[in-house]
Design a protein around this ligand. Structure first.
Ligand code: SF4
Length: 379
């Protein structure tokens, strides 16, 4: 299949493995953070880490939208469904993420709340049109990739005069999160998280372009290479990062040129800017309060903002005791550092968001089993 097969070719992978081994200086380490969960899964699915020299490490970042949503916001969504009796629509992964008191949207649904899984924002509009007597709320999450479809739905709802549709918005911003990580004491002072460079996200960058990364590449002296999601994309990007580090360059480079350019999708950006504005601060799981890291619906579209239409308390509930998701999302721990990994916590019985989402680091470790050694892995 075009654009897939050629990025999984074994002969090219062998050549790249050799090129990376030759480029990596034996006397130093290269800790490369993949911000995006899509890259984490590509690395584990195809065994890319196993092809790297011992001194080239992948550090998993917070780029999984389900994982970074704090429990309080999920409690807020459950409150909407149970207290106000709204029809709450959201994407599938979110249904199983534990919130306060180990409640989930799935359990709330089983108890009778009207919670529905949707595949697109157009599904939500359809539900609203077909149920004019019900308030229909879209529990919107995601990075810059999923924000434009939410904006389209709000515009469409206004054009149709839909009175029973609103959005509980949780759209977050990638560059603000990367900058926050680089400014964190763990990176700057304690050195407990060492990040030498970043793989820039693929889908997000197709919307925002490569330009937004330029500031912190220069300011924090960390190279960024935007990479596609196929294994050879990741390997090529790793080589580009290693070369930059060897040469003392801290630039934004683009491996994913078949999709991403410097400016991104300007139409989508204009659409989002029409409907959303920056929140002063937003709580992330793992990162805490991050200034200007999320969007809220502008006053002009306030009629479609569930946070204006309903009173939604935030519970302030923390993660389940022992769950290391927050540290994993900051790159400070690996899933196998968590005592619950593979014992109390598995994809069938997730204790934290990182084990639920198809983009979560714990799910990637568990699904592809590369942490298992010897006979166990072969079994
Ligand atoms: S293994 Fe489960 S409990 Fe541990 S960090 Fe991952 S999601 Fe949380």
């Amino acid at each position: 299949m075009k654009y897939i097969d050629e990025f999984r070719a074994k002969d090219l992978a062998v050549k790249l493995t050799g090129a990376i081994a030759a480029a990596a200086y034996p006397g130093r380490t290269y800790n490369l953070m993949e911000f995006c969960g899509g890259h984490t899964h590509a690395i584990f699915r195809y065994g890319v880490q196993d092809l790297m020299p011992a001194n080239v490490n992948f550090v998993h970042g917070p780029g999984c939208p389900v994982c970074v949503l704090p429990t309080g916001r999920i409690d807020g969504a459950i409150h909407l469904a149970e207290k106000y009796g709204v029809t709450l629509c959201t994407y599938g992964d979110l249904l199983r993420v534990p919130a306060g008191k180990r409640r989930t949207l799935m359990k709330s649904k089983a108890d009778g709340a009207d919670i529905r899984m949707v595949y697109s924002t157009m599904d939500v509009l359809k539900i609203a049109r077909n149920n004019p007597e019900k308030q229909v709320v879209f529990f919107a999450i995601g990075f810059e990739t999923t924000t434009p479809p939410t904006a389209v739905a709000i515009k469409q709802a206004r054009a149709e005069g839909l009175k029973n549709f609103s959005v509980y918005g949780n759209h977050v911003l990638t560059p603000a999160a990367i900058q926050h990580i680089l400014q964190s004491p763990e990176v700057r002072e304690l050195n407990s998280v060492s990040i030498d460079g970043f793989f820039g996200p693929a889908h997000v960058s197709s919307v925002i372009g490569s330009r937004p990364y330029e500031y912190f590449a220069e300011e924090f002296q960390r190279p960024v290479v935007i990479a596609g999601f196929e294994p050879l994309d990741v390997m090529q990007a790793a080589l580009m990062l290693i070369n930059q580090l060897n040469e003392g360059r801290y630039e934004v480079e683009n491996e994913y040129t078949r999709v991403v350019d410097r400016e991104g999708n300007t139409k989508a950006q204009a659409l989002v800017a029409d409907i959303f504005e920056l929140r002063r601060s937003f709580q992330w799981r793992g990162l805490g309060e991050v200034p200007y890291s999320a969007l809220k619906i502008k006053q002009a579209y306030g009629a479609f903002d569930a946070e204006r239409r309903f009173e939604i308390p935030e519970s302030g509930a923390g993660d389940i005791k022992g769950c290391a998701c927050p540290a994993i999302l900051r790159g400070a721990k690996r899933p196998t550092d968590c005592k619950l990994f593979g014992t109390a916590c598995t994809p069938d019985n997730p204790m934290g968001s990182c084990m639920v989402s198809s983009e979560g680091a714990c799910a990637a470790y568990w699904t592809y089993g590369r942490f298992r050694k010897g006979k166990e892995a072969a079994a």
